[in-house]
Write a protein that binds this ligand. Structure first.
Ligand code: KG4
Ligand code: ZN
Length: 342
């Protein structure tokens, strides 16, 4: 089954064709990063205008690269929520129109569902075993989710304020680094000392599995203001110490959940799952667990960590398989900001 996926929830206009949930035939992403760097963050109105300019050429390219056509694909999938409403509307309206014209099924996808299924892309389906414990870490979300089977999610914990990626972006801004902050922080952190500054590890020992990163961000702000001179070395040390604190908290909560639920696999998903230090720290902690240890996976390609439409088309396949009759109507999709996955 070939599904055309469309993703416009934030600042990437993306379309992809995926076969049977895992086989990526094309994956086209038009990034708006250069535009948003001028304002050091996304201005929703600007993002939506860019989506309008790019959505048709991007879909066209995705179909061409996959050597298929609108007539040949079996269904259309689109990110419906959460995200910037004006950006979501571009993707959902385009998808509804295409579904109406072609009479193909239309499958609405939750953005986090997409990130979760990014770990299935370019993988052999029967190798992946449930239950899976998932840490979704991106710009807008930070969740711990137990996936008992396809489409069966239990939310174990979430951020009570900033998401991890959001904290990376804000700290980058404090240090005068460009948007998006995650890749920039991790790049300069390589030259810094992660133990130089003793930054807080918010909620590290709390009983629940929730996260909080806004206090850590404020601690970085005060630390930065205290510096006589913000040299490259000082910036690198702050970045490394900050990254270490974030990774410590994420890893500790993930391992705590793993000990409680004994998953067969642990998956990292979302933009921050591209972070090498996080991958390294989680892998090290898992290696210290008693046998049988969960298998650790992160998206097979870096491009599947951040926003893309292959993950949307992938998630849609499993949703459609469960109840095909639910997705016949082109009216199925309503862009909204609802964050709840369950
Ligand atoms: O999943 P994503 O593309 O968009 C949302 O759904 O929000 O995640 C984007 C976030 C940004 O905050 C970005 O700074 C962060 O992922 N990010 C990283 C890295 N690459 C992207 N954070 C830390 N280390 C990275 N290497
Ligand atoms: Zn995302």
């Amino acid at each position: 089954m070939q599904i055309l996926g469309i993703e416009t929830s934030c600042d990437e206009t993306a379309a992809a064709v995926v076969e049977d949930g895992t086989n990526v035939l094309s994956n086209v992403i038009s990034s708006q990063i250069k535009i948003h760097q001028k304002t050091q963050g996304v201005v929703p109105e600007v993002a939506a205008r860019q989506h309008i300019l790019k959505i048709i050429p991007v879909i066209d390219k995705a179909l061409k690269n996959a050597k298929t056509s609108l007539q040949k694909i079996d269904a259309i999938a689109v990110t419906q929520n959460p995200g910037l409403i004006s950006s979501l509307l571009v993707g959902t309206n385009t998808a509804s129109t295409l579904a109406l014209l072609t009479k193909k099924p239309l499958i609405p996808i939750h953005h986090i569902e997409g990130h979760i299924y990014a770990n299935f892309l370019d993988r052999v389906l029967k190798d992946i075993r449930f239950p899976i414990l998932i840490l979704t870490v991106s710009g807008g979300h930070n969740d711990l989710i137990l996936m008992k089977n396809h489409n069966k999610f239990e939310l174990l914990g979430e951020t009570i304020d900033d998401a991890a990626g959001e904290a990376f972006d804000k700290v980058a801004k404090i240090l005068g680094l460009p948007y998006p902050g995650g890749p920039e922080i991790s790049k300069i952190a390589l030259k810094g000392d992660p133990n130089k500054y003793d930054l807080p590890r918010p909620m590290l020992n709390s009983k629940n599995m929730d996260f909080s990163f806004s206090g850590l961000k404020t601690a970085v702000l005060y630390l930065t203001k205290k510096q006589k001179k913000l040299t490259q070395k000082v910036k690198a040390d702050i970045a490394a110490s900050f990254q270490e604190a974030v990774c410590d908290v994420l890893t500790a909560k993930l391992l705590k959940a793993s000990q409680k639920f004994n998953p067969k696999e642990i998956h990292l998903a979302g933009g921050v799952s591209a972070n090498q230090r996080l991958r390294e720290m989680v892998a090290e902690k898992i290696s210290q667990l008693p046998d049988p240890r969960p298998i650790l996976r992160h998206p097979n390609k870096m491009i599947y960590c951040t926003d893309n439409a292959a993950m949307v088309a992938g998630a849609a396949y499993f949703k459609y398989q469960q109840s095909p009759s639910k997705f016949k109507q082109w009216k199925n999709v309503i862009a909204n900001c609802d964050y709840r996955l369950l």
